[in-house]
Design a protein around this ligand. Structure first.
Ligand code: PLP
Length: 402
């Protein structure tokens, strides 16, 4: 079969809607159009039933009670609700929050906002592989700490943080623990009790569901988490999040979770093997390449590589008609700033400028991986011919590289 171009390899930014998901959603965009909050007629009941069935599927994948799932417009909102909602609800108890430098902007910017209101935030560093040390979390805790928020898997370098361990420390100290699990949910096991989390953010469009719908897990017992809502109104979702529910979106999210439950283990194995194939080709055919993130503790579909002496952007530009890749997160791709995530690994700025994120997903094949691998190698070689620095290195000049 001929390879279909362009090849999409940017699954951390978003994923296509699975055909099964679309099929599940369609009736809720047409005949089952009721408002799930309409209690007086069958249109409302049918919509509500769709929502509640979806809630059960999502809760099952997260290993929690359906009632502990709060639907939102996506993980940006879930992160805002978790961080601000906890901060505002517990401000009598304390004003200190612990997070880390490589969180998603939805968490970082919520923390920045809270700092303007008088909260104090500790931004923990990561090691050279992009991992948070649980002992750093322990050391950062004070009498005033009310929330720890550390993501499960990073969206740029794919690193999987030791969440269960951090959660254990939080529990021991009686501090609430939130995790942005967007990149992990549906890809690797995410059971809230195994991870020791009290709040967890999820998004449908990162796992083959539709855009504009997400959820926040909010623990109901031991401890019961209190939240101040960020959206006021009709008191939907137990008062945590007002607003008419996105019924088709939620139904699609539920279906996406059901599929993930079924295919996750096998898909992870397949993507890991594709990822290793890609890595092997790149590292075998180019010199001066560096892996960003941990070699093993990373998402199966994530590979992040720096190609010294070339700009990541230039590689992307030379390929963007045939291959969809990204140099960092989608949110920062409009700026020319180097990735703050790669910079947090303690490397030189050049390395951050020369990085590319490969995000493998359900639609990628061996054939597609081989195509991308050869095209990237070809592009890097071409670009390096134009690099005076690379020329110098070839002639034996030693440069400070990393
Ligand atoms: C995509 C993403 C978000 C934001 O999710 P949306 O549903 O697009 O708002 C938050 N955190 C991480 C880690 C992400 O990858």
């Amino acid at each position: 079969m001929a390879l279909k171009l362009p090849i999409y390899m940017d699954h951390h930014a978003t994923t296509p809607v699975d055909p099964e998901v679309l099929e599940a959603m369609l009736p809720y965009l047409t005949e089952v159009f009721g408002n799930a909050a309409s209690r007086n007629h069958s249109f409302g009941w049918a919509a509500e039933e769709g929502v509640e069935k979806a809630r059960e599927k999502i809760a099952q994948l997260a290993g929690c009670k359906p009632a502990e799932m709060v639907f939102t417009s996506g993980a940006t909102e879930s992160d805002n609700l978790a961080v601000k909602g906890v901060a505002w609800a517990y401000r009598e108890k304390g004003n200190h929050i612990i997070t880390c430098k490589i969180e998603h902007h939805a968490v970082l910017d919520s923390c920045k906002r809270l700092e303007k209101e008088g909260f104090e935030v500790t931004y923990l560093p990561v090691d050279k592989d992009g991992l948070v040390d649980p002992e750093d979390v322990r050391r950062a805790i004070t009498e005033r700490t009310i929330l720890i928020t550390i993501m499960y898997a990073n969206n740029e370098i794919g690193t999987i943080h030791p969440i269960a361990e951090i959660g254990r420390i939080a529990k021991e100290k009686g501090i609430l623990f939130h995790s942005d699990a967007v990149q992990a949910f549906g890809k690797i096991p995410c059971k809230v009790d195994d991870l020791n989390v009290d709040l967890m953010s999820m998004s449908a469009h990162k796992m083959y569901g539709p855009k504009g719908v997400g959820a926040l897990y909010v623990r109901m017992g031991r401890p019961r988490v209190k939240l101040v809502p960020i959206i006021d109104g009709g008191g939907h979702e137990k008062g945590h999040r007002s607003g008419t529910l996105n019924v088709p979106g939620i139904v699609g999210f539920g279906k996406a979770c059901e599929i993930a439950e079924r295919v996750m283990a096998e898909e992870a194995m397949r993507l890991r093997s594709l990822r290793e194939r890609l890595k092997k080709y790149l590292f075998g055919n180019l010199d001066y390449v560096h892996l960003n993130g941990h070699p093993e503790k990373r998402l199966p579909g994530n590979l992040n590589v720096s190609f010294e002496f070339v700009e990541g952007e230039s590689i992307l530009m030379s390929l963007n008609r045939d291959v969809a890749l990204s140099s960092g997160s989608a949110c920062t791709s409009t700026t020319l700033e180097p990735s703050y995530v790669i910079m947090a690994l303690g490397v030189r700025e050049e390395r951050a400028h020369s990085s590319i994120r490969f995000g493998l997903g359900r639609g990628n094949t061996e054939e597609g991986v081989d195509y991308v691998a050869t095209r990237v190698v070809e592009s890097v070689r071409k670009l390096r011919i134009m690099s005076p620095l690379y020329e110098m290195v070839l002639q034996g000049v030693t440069l400070a590289t990393s």
